[in-house]
Design a protein around this ligand. Structure first.
Ligand code: UDP
Length: 481
C-alpha cells in the first residue's frame, strides 16, 4: 500500500506570507497530500478556521501551534507576528526569536515525521534542520521568478557599486534598468538584514528546490534562466489563490479585521459599469502619513474616476481626529463616486468584479498576481522589499501597467516616497481611459486567461505540481516512514 505524503508548511509570521502559504497547503491537500501548517499562537485561530473548513469537505489539513519566544528575544509578550512589532528597530529581535524556533521545529518534526518541509524564505536555517531529519526542504518565497533572478544578479554582480543607474548584468530579455535608489538598503550596505538575505539566496541552491507562486507562461524566459543560468530547481504552481476555490470564502482571505461588509462593497460595485472603477490598496503592511493620504485623495478626485480606496489606519497617529475629519469630509463629497474602506478589504473579490478597471498597488507580489489573475492592469507604486523589481516586470516586461513615478525607496516603517496628486491623477487617467488603457487591459485579460488555463487539468501549473508530488512521493517511499 502506498503511504500518504505528509508535508509541513512553515510560513513567516506576516499577512503577505501566511496568506499564500495557506493557499499552498490547500493546493497540496486537494491532491491527496496531508498538509500541516505551523502557526504561532495569534495566527493559529484564523488558520485553524480555514483548516477546519477544509477538513469538512474532506481535505487533510492540520494546524500545529509553535510557541514563539518573544520575551526571550526581548520583545513584548505575545509579539508573534510582524504586525505586532512595536517599532521597526525591534525587527532584529523578531528575527532573533525566529531563529530560536530551531529547537521547537525539530521537536515537531520528530513528533510528526513529515516527508517534506516547505519553509519560508526567511527561515534559511530550516534547510539544516530538515537535513537532520533526512527530509527535503523546499523554499517558498512568495514572489515571482523575475524578481528572484534579478535580485540574485544584483547580489552576484553588484552593478550599483560602479554606477547610479545600471542595466541588470547578464539578465535576459529587455534591458532592465534600475537605479541604486531602488535597491534595498541591505544590498547597498551591511545591515542586520544582509546576512539573512545572503543566507536566503544561498539556500535556494542548497535545498531541494523552490516553489514559485506564478505560472510558467507568465515569465517563461526568466523561469528558464533561473534554472539554466542560475542552476536552481523550481516548480511554478500558481496562481495559488485560484486553488482555494470552494474552501476559503474569498472575503475571508487573511481576514483579521473587517471594516466594510463584503456585500456592501460588492453591491456598490455591481451598480457600476464595466471597467469604470479604480481600486487602490497598498497591501497589509504599508502605512502612509496623513499628508500622503490627502495627496491621494486630491489626485483621485481630480482624475474624475470612480474608486474603491482601502485606507489602513495608522498605528501611531497623533492627530487621528484631524485625519478622520478630512477623510470623512472627502468621503461625503465623493458619495456615489468613491468608496473608502478602512482596514481590511476583500481584495480578491473586489479585483474579480467586472467594474474594476485598474489597480493602484504597492507591487506586493500577491497583489500583482491577483491583479493578473483578474485581468486588471496596474498603477505601480512600489514601497519596499522586492516591489521595485515587481514593478519592472509589470510595466516593462508584461506591459500591463504604468508607474506612478516613485523612483526611490524610504525604509521607514514602509511609508514610501512622497507622490504628488498630479502624478496620481495622471496615472489614474492613463490606466482608466484611452487607447493605451485599452491595450493594457486587453493584455492583462490575455494573461488572466493563461492563468486560468495553467491551473486546469493538464495546465502547466497543475503539471508542475503533479511532478513535484510524484518526486516527493518516491523519496518518501525510499525513506519508508
Ligand atoms: N489583502 C486583502 N485585503 C486588504 C489588504 C491586503 O485581502 O485590505 C491581501 C491581498 O489580497 C494579498 C495580501 O493581502 O493577498 C497582500 O500581499 P502582498 O504580497 O500584495 O503585499 P504585502 O502585504 O506582503 O506587502
Amino acid at each position: 500500500m502506498t503511504q500518504q505524503l505528509h508535508i509541513f508548511f512553515f510560513p513567516f509570521m506576516a499577512h503577505g506570507h501566511t496568506i499564500p502559504f495557506i493557499d499552498l497547503a490547500i493546493l497540496f491537500a486537494t491532491k491527496g497530500v496531508k498538509s500541516t501548517i505551523i502557526a504561532t499562537p495569534s495566527n493559529a485561530p484564523h488558520i485553524k478556521k480555514v483548516t477546519h473548513k477544509a477538513n469538512k469537505i474532506g481535505y487533510q489539513i492540520d494546524t500545529l501551534v509553535i510557541k514563539f519566544p518573544a520575551v526571550e528575544a526581548g520583545l513584548p509578550d505575545g509579539c508573534d507576528d510582524t504586525d505586532k512589532v512595536p517599532s521597526p528597530d525591534m525587527m532584529p529581535k523578531f528575527f532573533l526569536a525566529v531563529e530560536m524556533l530551531k529547537q521547537p521545529l525539530s521537536d515537531l518534526l520528530e513528533q510528526h515525521c513529515p516527508h517534506c518541509l516547505v519553509a519560508d524564505m526567511f527561515f534559511p536555517w530550516t534547510t539544516e534542520v530538515a537535513a537532520m531529519f533526512k527530509i527535503p526542504r523546499i523554499v517558498f518565497h512568495g514572489t515571482c521568478v523575475f524578481s528572484l533572478s534579478a535580485m540574485e544578479h544584483v547580489r552576484l554582480y553588484q552593478p550599483h557599486k560602479s554606477k547610479e543607474t545600471f542595466t541588470i548584468p547578464n539578465f535576459p530579455g529587455d534591458d532592465i534598468k534600475m537605479t541604486t535608489a531602488e535597491l534595498q538598503d541591505y544590498v547597498k550596505q551591511e545591515t542586520w538584514r544582509t546576512k539573512l538575505f545572503n543566507d536566503s539566496k544561498e539556500t535556494e541552491s542548497e535545498c531541494f528546490g523552490v516553489i514559485v507562486n506564478s505560472f510558467y507562461e507568465l515569465e517563461s524566459v526568466y523561469a528558464d534562466h533561473y534554472t539554466d543560468f542560475l542552476g536552481r530547481r523550481a516548480w511554478y504552481v500558481g496562481p495559488i489563490s485560484l486553488s482555494t476555490k470552494g474552501v476559503i470564502n474569498k472575503a475571508e482571505r487573511g481576514k483579521q479585521y473587517s471594516s466594510i461588509e463584503e456585500h456592501e462593497c460588492l453591491k456598490w460595485l455591481q451598480s457600476k459599469d464595466r471597467n469604470s472603477v479604480v481600486y487602490i490598496c497598498f497591501g497589509s503592511t504599508t502605512n502612509f502619513v496623513d499628508s500622503q493620504l490627502m495627496e491621494i485623495a486630491k489626485g483621485l478626485e481630480a482624475s474624475g474616476q470612480q474608486f474603491v480606496w482601502v485606507v489602513r489606519k495608522e498605528k501611531e497617529s497623533n492627530d487621528e481626529k484631524g485625519k478622520e475629519n478630512w477623510l470623512l469630509e472627502f468621503e461625503k463629497r465623493m458619495e456615489g463616486k468613491g468608496l473608502v474602506i478602512r482596514g481590511w478589504a476583500p481584495q480578491v473579490l473586489i479585483l474579480e468584479n467586472e467594474a474594476i478597471g485598474g489597480f493602484v498597488t504597492h507591487c506586493g507580489w500577491n497583489s500583482i498576481l491577483e491583479s493578473v489573475t483578474a485581468g486588471v492592469p496596474v498603477i505601480t507604486w512600489p514601497v519596499a522589499a522586492e516591489q521595485f523589481y515587481n514593478e519592472k516586470l509589470s510595466v516593462e516586461v508584461l506591459k500591463i501597467g504604468v508607474g506612478v513615478g516613485v523612483g526611490a525607496r524610504k525604509w521607514k516603517r514602509l511609508v514610501g516616497d512622497f507622490v504628488k496628486s498630479e502624478a496620481i491623477e495622471k496615472a489614474v487617467k492613463e490606466i482608466m481611459v484611452g487607447e493605451k488603457a485599452m491595450e493594457m487591459r486587453n493584455r492583462a485579460k490575455r494573461f488572466a486567461d493563461m492563468a486560468k488555463k495553467a491551473v486546469e487539468d493538464g495546465g502547466s501549473s497543475e503539471s508542475h505540481l503533479n511532478a513535484l508530488i510524484g518526486e516527493l512521493s518516491s523519496i518518501a517511499m525510499k525513506t519508508c516512514k
